[in-house]
Design a protein around this ligand. Structure first.
Ligand code: SF4
Length: 240
């Protein structure tokens, strides 16, 4: 594929390719597409093929994607990190002859993404600048693990992750952490700056599982996996 074709197969933003979630469905015997994407600032964009008139079924997918692309570019806000298509981005960089510029993984909420459990962020301007400068890639293990935002807060209880309603969310946390480790490996990243105290990203300190604000020594699920993969991890508390 040429660079243009790769860019047209998703949504290009700052030389990275993002893919909205596009779900096909049968709607009264007709093919129907529903596309959704979350932007970093918490905005949710949706488009569906119902907005299109007189379009051949074979073109519906591309036309819904084009609607979404135009909307994201009009907002001029980066899509949330869980919509990044790593493989297409790497292919795109190769086609335009750009060397992989990424040196750090950073917790997406530190870069200002509204992916925290309550829909907020933990913006640290200097960390957001690393992302703006193209040398850091934001990751949110909980979002990539398939958890919604907002979501019920979770804490570590021994080796499990339990939410405040008592539901075991360990599987989603592990799946998100694995995904983030794959990104680090694929990009050859050696360093990460992660959000302290989180049950995913916390490094050295996490909440004790009683939802009382008490801290204990320990690492979040993603931080532990990234450490095991050999990454050098710092947190927003000790990063200059
Ligand atoms: S601390 Fe980690 S898992 Fe939690 S919102 Fe921030 S990036 Fe996502």
């Amino acid at each position: 594929m040429t660079a243009d074709q790769i860019a047209q197969s998703g949504i290009i933003f700052h030389n990275q390719i993002y893919m909205p979630k596009i779900i096909p469905a049968d709607y009264g015997g007709s093919l129907f597409y529903q596309a959704t994407i979350h932007l970093c600032d918490g905005t949710v964009l949706t488009h569906s093929s119902c907005e299109l008139n007189d379009v051949d079924e074979s073109e519906l997918y591309d036309r819904v994607l084009a609607l979404m692309r135009n909307d994201v570019l009009a907002h001029n806000v980066r899509p949330r990190c869980d919509y990044l298509d790593m493989e297409k981005t790497l292919q795109y960089w190769k086609q335009i002859g750009q060397k992989n510029p990424i040196e750090y993984l950073v917790s997406a909420c530190l870069a200002g993404e509204h992916c925290r459990y309550d829909g907020g962020s933990n913006l640290v301007p200097a960390i957001a600048k690393l992302v703006e400068d193209g040398i850091a890639i934001p990751v949110c293990p909980e979002a990539t693990g398939g958890l919604d935002t907002p979501r019920t807060p979770c804490e570590l209880v021994k080796n499990r992750v339990i939410n405040k309603d008592g539901l075991d969310c360990t599987e989603a946390f592990q799946s998100g952490a694995l995904h983030v480790c794959r990104i680090a490996e694929r990009l050859g990243v050696q360093k990460a700056v992660l959000k302290q105290r989180s049950p995913s990203c916390g490094c050295g300190k996490v909440y004790d599982g009683t939802f009382s604000g008490r801290l204990i020594k320990g690492d979040g699920i993603a931080a532990a996996m990234l450490k095991k993969s050999g990454l050098q991890i710092t947190t927003e508390e000790d990063w200059q």
